[in-house]
Each structure stands twice: as C-alpha cells, then as structure tokens.
Design a binder for this molecule. Structure first.
Ligand SMILES: [Zn+2]
Length: 453
C-alpha cells in the first residue's frame, strides 16, 4: 500500500470502522482519482461523513439531532415509490430497535440488510413527522451491516418494552408501562370529519409523570386506577412526549395483589413533585410536571403588559396581527424570568394568573401604572425592581431548545418554610465549623462579610 495514504486510511478506519463495507474506501479513491491530495481527501471525508462521532441509543433520540451514529436491529422494513414525476425514487421505512427502545426510520438508500439484521448508521439525523420522531438516513449517511451478536435477538426486541415513565423517550415507537391514572378527562374532537370521544389525562409512577391520550374507550378505568399499557405509541404534544393509546394498544387493570407489590400507590404518585435541581432538568430534553426553586436573576424584555390578537392569541404590535391584520387587541400580562438555583438556570414563563400572584399586582393595577407613568417601560422596570433576587418555586413543564431550558409555569409560590433551611445552609457555607454555627453565629456572619437582617 502507498506509504503516503496508509496513515490517512488508518485514521479513517478509526473514525468509521470497516472502510470497504462503509463505502469510505471508495469515496477516498474517488477523491484521489481527481488528484485531491490524500490529507485533503481525508479531511473532506471526515467533514462530510462526520468525523466527530456521537454514538447514541434509541432512548437518546430527540428532535433535530444531526450527525450521530446509532446501531440497531431492523424490526420492520418496507419500501414505497415517492415522487414518480421526478423520476423513480424509493423511500425505505421501518422500525429499528436496540435494548433501550425502538424508533421509526426512513432511508433514501437501500439498506445493506433486512428484517432481523443489525445495522450501524453513521451521520444519521432525526426529524419530526406526524408528531413522531423519526430516525432519518440520508444521502450523506453511511450504513453497514454489522455483527449480529452486539444486540439482543429479534424475539426480545420486538413487541413493546415495558418502561418506567421517566425512561419513555420522545422517539419510542412502541412502549409499555405500568402506571397509575392521576387525571382523566373526556372531550369530543373532530377526527377526519367524524365526531370522536377521546380521553386524556396524566399517568404517574414512582419516577415521574407523563400525559396520555386514548383514542379508544377505556372501560372501567378511572382516576386512581393502576393500569398496564402494552404497545402504546409516543407522540410529541406541545414539545413534550405523550403516551398515545390507539386501537392496537392493550390496556388492562392491574390486580390488587400485583399492585400491592409496586413501588408506588395512587397516594404516593399523586403527591406534589419534590423540587429538582435545575441541572437535572437541564440533563433531559423535556420533563412533564416537575418542580424547581431558585432566585430570579433577571426579568427578560417582553415581560409586563402585552397586547394579543383576539382571534389567534398572538402578541401584536400597534394592534396589527401578523395573520389577522388590524384587530381590536386584548391586553394580557406575562413575565419571563430567569431562575437560577446554583446548579443551572432556566427561563420561566409565567402566564397572567401567575404573573399577578408573583408580582402582587393585577393586570388592572399594572395598567394604572402604565398610564400614570411617563416612561414607556414603567411596568417592566417595576417588575425588574420587584422580582430580581427573589426566591421562587415553580411547577410546570420544561423543554430544551436552542437557547437552553424553557419552563412554562403552571403554578408558582414563595417557599416560605424553606427560608430557615436556606439560612442555615448559608451559615454553614460561611463558617468552617459546622457544629459551632449556633453559638458563634454573629462572629461567623461578620467574618463572612454577609449581614442577615
Ligand atoms: Zn391573529
């Protein structure tokens, strides 16, 4: 082998595995044939096919991921012709599974394997399609069939895996769980022109909560029921994964004897969530119905009194809606504040009912201030003065986006009872002697340079 290209081939092998199988060798040869210097060819391939490899499992998949590697067993595979008017093109779709879950995929390339085979995909990406996360294999992805023994057998991977609620991921194709029904409500919706009754609510176990929607009748199931769900799908709803119970899903009541052995009861699962560290919230793509507490480090612009379109609820400027044109806008109040607990920070959105509580002024009172003050941003400035530095607890849903966590509060309060604990913790941090803080309180506080009123 040519001495000039050997080190580059070695490096590519380290990055991609078998060069023949993945087609990387052919790509490399092609570039050399165009008289591209070997080192430039290598760099170009690393860039194109993703040199920095991120290896993910099905449970790690969320929306809009790019350039990662994943290995799974093909559970299902089909093909269909797409856009025949632009020349024949085939889309391969199916289900891929590993020991953490199963996900739907689509591929523009013919796969080097069929149902039951294990494939490795490099430079894969994800997309949302019909509210579900899809693993996508594109032109730039590399797919190779690999050793069968790296994953559990087909019989074990097919069928829905039973998971705790916290482990149910946004990508899960088919899941099962045992959980308690915490909330339940019925509503009528129009599905393809037909009036249908759907059930929605909240499931809980000892690890967390998740919303669910049932498109079928749930006979004999009510708030407090402990149920086993098999073969449910996960769909995205308002940026959160939600369990979907469809005609193919099996739902049954758990017998009292078995329910007694579970790690949760209706009472324990229904308790208010214990505040989590923001760092923990930040470690997940989204969390449903969780609590956190921290100090308001800033109040973001756009907080205060806003005007909304009466038709669509969009925020409008000068009574002009982007969609509905000139409208009779309705006033609303909201607060967007950054909460920090020392482990991380998150942007929290407080809708009007909560904004009024934490600000201590009603919308009407804030309007009074707006009209009586010559400064345009009087309410925003007042909010900043009032809220910055305050300690608040919030409960709601979090989702992670490009700019960090955004948290929509559904409840907010000032954790009064926590104050004493925090003062003790602060004193402990300031003083070297844990035992002595009680007696030497004054001296320690002064030596730490912090005065507590
Ligand atoms: Zn509008």
């Amino acid at each position: 082998m040519d001495e000039k290209i050997t080190p580059h081939l070695e490096e590519l092998t380290r990055a991609f595995g078998d060069l023949e199988k993945t087609g990387i060798r052919a790509e490399f040869e092609k570039l050399l044939a165009f008289r591209v210097p070997p080192d430039v060819a290598k760099e170009s391939i690393l860039r194109k096919f993703g040199g920095k490899r991120k290896v993910l499992k099905v449970k790690d998949l969320s929306n809009n991921l790019k350039n990662f590697e994943i290995t799974g067993r093909i559970l299902d595979l089909g093909e269909k012709s797409i856009r025949p008017q632009e020349g024949p093109s085939t889309l391969y779709t199916g289900v891929l599974a590993d020991e953490t879950g199963s996900v739907m995929f689509s591929s523009w390339k013919e796969l080097p394997g069929s149902v039951g085979d294990v494939i490795n995909i490099k430079n894969a990406y994800t997309r949302i399609w019909q509210n579900r996360i899809r693993l996508s294999i594109g032109e730039q992805s590399l797919v190779s069939k690999i050793l069968d023994s790296v994953l559990p057998p087909l019989s074990e991977l097919s069928g829905s895996q039973t998971k705790k609620l916290i482990d149910i991921g946004a990508a899960d194709f088919s899941v099962g769980t045992v959980a308690c029904v915490l909330q339940l409500s019925h509503r009528e919706v129009l599905v393809r022109g037909r009036q249908s009754r759907i059930v929605s609510g909240v499931l809980a176990d000892e690890t967390g909560r998740l919303s669910f929607t049932a498109w079928i009748e749930l006979a004999g199931i009510d708030i407090g029921s402990i149920i086993r769900i098999e073969g449910a799908q996960v769909r995205m709803f308002r940026g959160m994964p939600s369990v979907n119970i469809l005609s193919g899903t099996k739902v049954s009541s758990v017998e009292p004897e078995e329910a007694g052995k579970l790690a949760f009861t209706f009472e324990s699962a229904g308790k208010d969530p214990v505040p989590l560290k923001i760092e923990k919230i930040d470690s997940r793509d989204s969390m449903f119905d969780v609590a956190a507490a921290g100090n308001v480090v800033s109040v973001r612009p756009g907080s205060g009194i806003i005007s909304r379109c009466p038709e669509c609820g969009r925020v409008v400027q000068k009574a002009n809606c982007r969609v509905h044109g000139k409208v009779e806008s309705v006033r609303d109040m909201r607060i967007k504040a950054v909460l920090d607990d020392g482990t991380g920070s998150m942007s929290v959105m407080f809708p009007r009912e909560l904004a009024e509580i934490i600000y201590g002024k009603t919308l009407e009172e804030a309007e009074q201030l707006m009209f009586s003050d010559i400064f345009k941003d009087a309410v925003y400035e007042d909010l900043r003065r009032f809220l910055t530095g305050r300690y608040l607890a919030v409960r709601g849903n979090s989702s992670k986006g490009e700019y960090g966590i955004s948290f929509v509060a559904e409840n907010a309060w000032v954790p009064e009872d926590d104050l004493a604990v925090r003062v003790v913790e602060l004193l402990r941090r300031l003083g070297p002697d844990e035992e002595g803080y009680g007696q030497d309180r004054d001296s320690q506080v002064s030596s730490g340079g912090v005065g507590l009123a």
